[in-house]
Structures are given as C-alpha cells and as structure tokens.
Design a protein around this ligand. Structure first.
Ligand SMILES: Nc1nc2c(ncn2[C@@H]2O[C@H](COP(=O)(O)OP(=O)(O)OP(=O)(O)O)[C@@H](O)[C@H]2O)c(=O)[nH]1
Ligand SMILES: [Zn+2]
Length: 222
C-alpha cells in the first residue's frame, strides 16, 4: 500500500471500477506445515515463501474449527515489540491476544515478515525511533526519512488466505487500510473486530497519532 512520500494517509484504492485484483494464490508458495505447542495453545503452523518479495510468512491456524467467515488477524512483524517487549508500540500484546482469541474461538493469524516498521525495515524503524526522541511523531519521522507513511501491502496475506480456502474474513484490526488492501486483493471483510490491548504510558502518543493522523479506529479516550 505504498503512498507517495509525504502524502497524507488516504484511501489509495480506486473508487470507480471493480475491486481490483482477485486473490493471487501463486503469489506465495506453500513450503511446510507442522504443529507447535505454545503458551497460547497448540497451532498448525504453515510456512509460505513470498514469491514477490522473498519473505517467509506464517499462517498460524487454530486446532479448533476456524468457522465461516473465520476470525483472522493479519499481523505485521515487529521485532522490538515482540522479541524485546518494547513498550513503544502494542504489537506484542496484540499478537498474543490474537493467538489467545483464535485458540479459544477458532481462526487464523497470518504473520507477515518484511512488514517490519510498516514496511520500511528494522534499521529504518530504529532511525525513525531516533527521530522520535527529538520530538517527531511516527508519521513525521517516516517522512523525514523519505518514506511513505505506510509502505505495506497485503497481497501475500490474501494469497495465503486463498491457499487456505478462505475468501471472506472477520478481520481483527483497528486499521481500516488493512481492510481496503485485503479487499483490493480479493478478500471480503465482513466485520472489523477491534484489537485494543497493550496501551501504556510509553505508547500513548503513538496510539493517538495512529488515531488522529493515520485513521486507525481507536477509542477517543485513549
Ligand atoms: N515506521 C514505523 N513503524 C512502526 C513504528 N512503531 C511501530 N511500527 C511498526 O508498525 C507495524 C504495526 O503497524 P501499526 O500501524 O502499529 O498497526 P497495524 O498493524 O497497522 O494495525 P492493527 O491491525 O490495528 O494492529 C509493525 O511492523 C511495527 O514494526 C514507528 O514508530 N515507525
Ligand atoms: Zn511494534
């Protein structure tokens, strides 16, 4: 979902004409499936190679039946949040909450690598964090580095869903752009399921910026 650098976060999908591309299962190659017991339950973990980017993605599928339409979380990799437990974002708590939820109710978490830092990469995200220490917010830090506000696209996620036989989902997200881009890639989103967890004093301004400048559907009283 690349946007021109410095551009506002707006709907980049066409408003006239059909909803763009159909899901392209051949965007990814299924490599292997194995079962992994975790603190959040035991999951079928299916590994895919992204033939457009070379990234490795996971479909983490509940052992409970996934339902129709299934509950789906499309989750962007965040090393600092998920490995270090960074309090600057809420990615770790969101991932864990999504795994708990699909273990209980059935569903799928698609874990997208190559999405680190909203697609700018880990080291560029660290550069953005450095600028944030000087007072820039998450949007302006990206722009100062010459990046679009959000450089992710979800064609690989749509392809993984297609491989699983899923063409409509109840999507766990606060980000309406995820819905737009999945629909652009042929996945119908029947419902947006909020996933508001992991708020803390260190990420309050970050969440407010996502709400006020990036259109994320977050509570007014954050
Ligand atoms: N460029 C940049 N990326 C960040 C920053 N903080 C977190 N990220 C990345 O943002 C991605 C998560 O995106 P978010 O915008 O927080 O949330 P989202 O996934 O779009 O929306 P939800 O589905 O509601 O969680 C992860 O890849 C993080 O590494 C930041 O300050 N700058
Ligand atoms: Zn994060």
């Amino acid at each position: 979902m690349a946007r021109p650098s410095g551009g506002a976060v707006t709907d980049v999908t066409s408003t006239d004409g059909p909803a763009a591309d159909a899901a392209r299962p051949d965007r990814v190659e299924f490599i292997v499936e194995t079962r992994i017991p975790t603190e959040h339950g035991t999951f079928r973990v299916r590994g895919y190679r992204d033939l457009a980017t070379g990234a490795d993605h996971l479909a983490i599928v509940s052992t409970a039946p996934i339902g129709d339409p299934p509950l789906v979380r499309v989750h962007s990799e965040c090393l600092t949040g998920e490995v270090l437990g960074s309090l600057k974002c809420e990615c770790g708590p969101q991932l864990h909450a999504a795994l708990d939820r699909i273990d209980a109710d059935g569903g799928v978490v698609i874990y997208l690598r190559g999405h680190e830092g909203r697609g700018i990469g880990l080291l560029e995200k660290l550069r953005a964090y450095r600028l944030q220490e000087d007072g820039l917010d998450t949007v302006d830090a990206n722009r100062a580095l010459g990046h679009a506000d959000d450089e992710r696209e979800y064609g690989a996620a749509a392809a993984v869903l297609a491989d699983l036989g899923i063409d409509r989902v109840r999507l766990m997200t606060n980000n309406p752009l995820k819905r737009q881009d999945l629909e652009r890639h042929g996945i119908a989103v029947t419902e947006l399921v909020p996933i508001v967890v992991g708020e803390n004093a260190a990420n309050q301004a970050y969440l407010e910026t996502k709400r006020d400048r990036m259109g994320h559907l977050l509570p007014a009283d954050l």
